[in-house]
Design a protein around this ligand. Sequence first.
Ligand code: COA
Ligand code: AMP
Length: 631
Amino acid sequence: MSYQSEYIASIDTPEAFWASKAAALPWYKPATQVLSKDENGIDRWFADGEMNTSYMALDAHVEAGNGGRTALIYDSPVTGQQQKYSYAEMRDWVAQFAGVLQNHGVEKGDRVVIYMPMIPEAAVAMLAVARLGAVHSVVFGGFAPNELAVRIDDATPKVIVSASCGIEVAKVIEYKPMLDKAIEFANHKPSATIVLQRPQANASMIAGRDFDWLEEMTKASAADPVSVKGTDPLYILYTSGTTGKPKGVVRDNGGHATALNYSMKAIYNVEAGDVFWAASDVGWVVGHSYIVYGPLLAGCTTVMYEGKPVKTPDAGAFWRVCAEHQVSVLFAAPTAFRAIKKEDPEGQEIGQYDLSKLHTIFMAGERLDPPTYYWAVEKTKKPVVDHWWQTETGWAICGNLMGVEPMPPKPGSATLPSPGFDVRVLDDSGNELPPGQQGNIAVKLPMPPSCLPTVWGDFNRFQEGYLSEFPGYYCSGDGGYKDDDGYVFIMGRTDDVINVAGHRLSTGEMEEIVADHPAVAECAVIGIHDELKGQEPIGLVLLKDGSDIDQETLQAELVAMVRRDIGAIACFKRALIAQRLPKTRSGKILRKLLRQIADGKDYSIPSTIDDPASITEIEALMTEHGMIQAK
Ligand code: COA
Ligand code: AMP
């Protein structure tokens, strides 16, 4: 099979292509409507198919005689624990926990928020929600109570599932007090929370509202999978957009299962029984797709790793896990590799482990910068594949299809479009640009299975945010170009979204927090280059007249505010007082210009600028503080 024939079939005859991929899964009733329009006029996959994702991921493998195969390996250097669970054990565990949720009134279509660290119970909770045909919304453990509250109000969950704590290297992070605060902040109140008590912290429970996971398990009986339609929602995952309010990306059941199952062989080249490790977190899309659903749908063994690339205990952590569990594919963020490289530049740790089973390393979450690419290839001697994707798609938009036809890699490029993604580069007026020219990366409709059909509870936001700018296309929010061979180079966001250590964050949201400080008149938060984390947010602040707060005090207060409202993962550590910021005559801060200055890029002075001297001033200030990247 060639990449070209596979790709062309997916674009020319999408219905036949995806129907054949869907046929690899155990549907209760296969769809007759492969591609149709929903009430909003959006393309939908497998609308009348009947299925259950949790059944496909667990029960079907047991029924096929593979119940003894390992489904999940929990490897937790932070607690010193390791545990393996077979498909049969996982199915029984999930069915029992689904019974717990049922006892608390969870039914098809209800939402359940999951706020948990990287422990198997997080995957169990997700699969149990899916088993009931309900909709989960996992919130990353690094988010502060305020962020959790915003998501609770938007998703209006019947139940919240959590744990007493997470562990960050050696630091115990108590989750329950944060959950309590979030419920206090939120207008919507769940009818129950189910909390797993971990030995590292004991959560205090509110009688009548909070229930102990283990006790509830003893009272429940196993629940059967509930049949849902292909287009019924499986989950909502909130992601950062340009405004302060996160967007609830909706994922449906049928398209998601089909695309993910297909991707396991086509992109990652793994088969049932292979060990697949995505070193991410269940709170991110990579964790949803490739710690939980993708590997299990394909009958692989997934690794759930509660640790870091470094410090748990050292820079050999990734190689230890790969060797010990016979990992075939490792999927990680470039920032993790930069962290390893920093501590073990010669890659000495790599040589300490038997990595003969590992055949490919995949990277995503941010652009795989060529120096990190070359280091990883040289030190591991494995193929290293960059692939580009978004929460919105749930799987790679571009990549190197290692299970179809591996292409020669080009460092800095995410290779070629995945089947079903008709990727185009458009100028600001929507005209297609020739090879080599940088523009907006868009995908010609229809999008393939798994991509979001709407933003939860806000179709207008979906339409305005993704479909209106270039009619007939999905606008990705990323910029880049294609070369003469069609290779796609993703160069960065065209909006205010930034990527810090593989975590997607909104500078708009940080600006709202900074602007709340009593001394701040106006501000801009932009992402600047960071050697380790890719980007780092910095604040540029104009003070209110008469305010005499000094730089250090203001910075400390702003850092504390962002940490309180978003969480430590925002990594907001620097804010500068500026005398002036470049603005248009109508008073709008020229953020794009600020970003270009910080990136050390050539820029043209916009004709709308109020005072060109403000550019020289801000450039001098940022240079003084080492905030401008060398050209
Ligand atoms: N729960 C609570 N707090 C968390 C957290 C979680 N799940 N994850 C991170 N944090 C906290 C950290 O403890 C840290 O807090 P601190 O400022 O008090 O020290 C802060 O958030 C920043 O964390 P992080 O960005 O992870 O920085 P780090 O310096 O601890 O680690 C790396 C750096 C590169 C090792 C780490 O960021 C990493 O492993 N990145 C890969 C991310 C990834 O896999 N992303 C998924 C994309 S596929
Ligand atoms: P998320 O939705 O958190 O997965 O973040 C998606 C964003 O991360 C994309 O819009 C890109 O800006 C960036 N991104 C993810 N993977 C890559 C990649 N391989 N190359 C370049 N940017 C990437």
